[in-house]
Design a protein around this ligand. Sequence first.
Ligand SMILES: NC(=O)c1ccc[n+]([C@@H]2O[C@H](COP(=O)([O-])OP(=O)(O)OC[C@H]3O[C@@H](n4cnc5c(N)ncnc54)[C@H](OP(=O)(O)O)[C@@H]3O)[C@@H](O)[C@H]2O)c1
Length: 379
Amino acid sequence: MSSSAEKTPRRRVAILGATGSIGSNAVAVVRAYSDRFETVCVTCRNHGELLQVIANELNARYFYCSEQPGFSNLASESELYSLLAGPEVDIVLCAIQGIDALKEVLTALRAGKTVCLATKEVLVAAGAWVMATARKYGGRILPVDSEHCAVFQCLHREEKRALRRIILTCSGGPFHAHPERDLHTVTPEEAGHHPAWNMGGKITLDSATLMNKAFEIMEAAWLYGVPEDQIEVVVHPQAVVHSMVEFVDGAVMAQLGPTDMKLPIQYCLTYPERCPALMQPLDFTRPMALEFLPPDTRRFPALELARRALRMGGLTGAVLNAANDSACRRFREGTLAFDEIAPAVACALDHTPPGEADSFEALATAAQVADDIVGNYMP
Ligand SMILES: NC(=O)c1ccc[n+]([C@@H]2O[C@H](COP(=O)([O-])OP(=O)(O)OC[C@H]3O[C@@H](n4cnc5c(N)ncnc54)[C@H](OP(=O)(O)O)[C@@H]3O)[C@@H](O)[C@H]2O)c1
């Protein structure tokens, strides 16, 4: 698109989870900027046909569908890992849903690659391990999550000691603005509609319980090395301010923009350059009211669980993530009420096994404990 971009070699990108909500936004970005990006590889779990269409469209040399080998031209996971770690890939954009992304993320970081990370669960469950790996091998994580991308931009070139607090904005999900709504009777269909963002099913449900924001507290703590009491959450229903940073002198920097995940994806993929956006900018010629409200932590106790997990450390984040997966599954199956998700997760946190989240075995043990506790949870 720009003449300067034509002179620099194209960045070679792997898009993991290319068939999902973030993945398809990433596909739209690399398609629009084909002069800047070469898509080397696309992956998914079980939408092989769609993956094939995407691979053809982007001219991707490699495609891998973990559950449908017939739609893959890489023979195995280990071939995928070799590709991610090898010389054909510069940037790994990780948009896989859930902790299954951890192997891919660690593989890329160990190879010193740049990982544009949407999958917050890897930081929730194994933040210390992931960050230590990045440091040890010179890998870099660029946050795709809109709040953390906003914080990244606000912190640009600022001294860490000048930071007083990170303020994560939160749209509040479908129920925060309705205190009269009995959360006990919320159905999966109702919890599956987000007022501001169009996202995958799991993160939409997590946004309704505010567990997504809890995860984002942990994500911010790991990405920016900040204790939980320096991370605040503020409900901002318009979702125009994507997050803010307050400095010791009281100055607050905010990043504003359209509600579209293509923006943070594009920012990460082109970093440190900025390039023209694909969508209409904010229109300040029209009246625009921005509200900021405290979160209702009594109705939405998930936020406190993240703080507790950060204070406790060890495997608590892994238990939090796995327990939430189990509780969400039970909610969808109809055996747990919406307002019982956070209490079931809290119960699992009480049974966190000892040890650190520094191996796949430890994470699997924590996940099993969490699943058992939530599976047997009786409100
Ligand atoms: N959506 C958003 O706006 C948003 C914003 C910020 C952060 N995030 C984070 O980004 C991640 C993805 O969210 P999403 O909303 O895009 O999810 P999604 O729409 O459910 O898409 C998930 C993608 O991951 C693939 N996938 C799932 N499990 C996999 C596995 N075990 N191995 C390989 N691929 C697998 C899926 O493949 P199939 O299609 O074949 O199942 C799909 O391509 C989540 O961690 C979420 O928290 C999302």
